[in-house]
Design a protein. Structure first.
Length: 235
């Protein structure tokens, strides 16, 4: 038995509640139904990892479209084709030279030591009497126009415009010429300036197979009606 003094010293206190543990919370909130952190994005985004709408998904879609477009251009030759820029041309003898780079014409043409842009094309012409200088004249394109430069020739250059009287070009001069102009550098060497929008076609020499069929190769005509001899007896 306890004494009354012992009972007086005893104080009754309510039992202390322990802190909630994760296992206890698991019993209250369904943890299996709750997505883990960083697994699903915000409501309505529909993107994993909490990424905002229009970031990763849009980038992936754009990359797929770019890859599809590049593969289509690679597989389709027409998609890679680009029309060429029209440039004038010159006819020297029976050959046509496009002026996508300068053309130097002479008896023994040589490239200048310093030249801007692409290296010029060298075209040699015959000059039995020596009227044509070694590097006589240069043709170049300025847009769709043709520029003629006399390279200090000894005998000069004669310009023959279409429908206009000819005139001599001073040595070392430069001028713009029109389509149809013939540049005469001597010894029968006339250089014709062609339009950038006209395709120059050399004259075609007729071959035996290209000629019109002769009478011998035509189908045989049907024989006409035979003449009936007059067998009527005289009275």
């Amino acid at each position: 038995m306890h004494d009354e003094d012992d009972l007086d010293d005893t104080v009754l206190r309510p039992a202390r509640r322990r802190a909630a543990e994760p296992d206890d919370l698991g019993d209250t909130v369904g943890s299996a139904d709750r997505p883990a952190a960083g697994t699903w994005g915000s409501v309505g985004s529909g993107l994993p990892g909490g990424a905002p709408a229009g970031s990763n998904g849009a980038s992936a879609a754009g990359s797929d479209r770019a890859s599809a477009s590049a593969s289509a251009q690679t597989s389709n030759p027409a998609a890679r084709w680009t029309p060429s820029v029209p440039v004038p041309a010159v006819r020297i003898g029976d050959r046509v030279h496009r002026l996508d780079r300068p053309v130097v014409v002479g008896r023994r043409p040589a490239s200048p030591r310093v030249f801007p842009g692409a290296a010029p094309e060298l075209v040699t012409v015959a000059s039995p009497t020596g009227l044509v200088s070694s590097s006589h004249v240069r043709f170049s394109a300025a847009g769709t126009s043709t520029v003629v430069d006399d390279l200090g020739s000894t005998n000069g250059t004669v310009i023959r415009p279409a429908g206009a009287p000819p005139h001599r070009m001073p040595s070392g001069a430069s001028m713009v010429v029109l389509t149809g102009t013939v540049v005469d550098i001597g010894d029968g060497n006339g250089i014709e300036v062609l339009s950038p929008f006209t395709r120059a076609v050399p004259p075609v020499v007729a071959r035996p197979s290209d000629r019109w069929p002769s009478d011998t190769s035509s189908p045989r005509s049907l024989p006409g009606p035979r003449s009936v001899p007059n067998t009527r007896e005289r009275s």
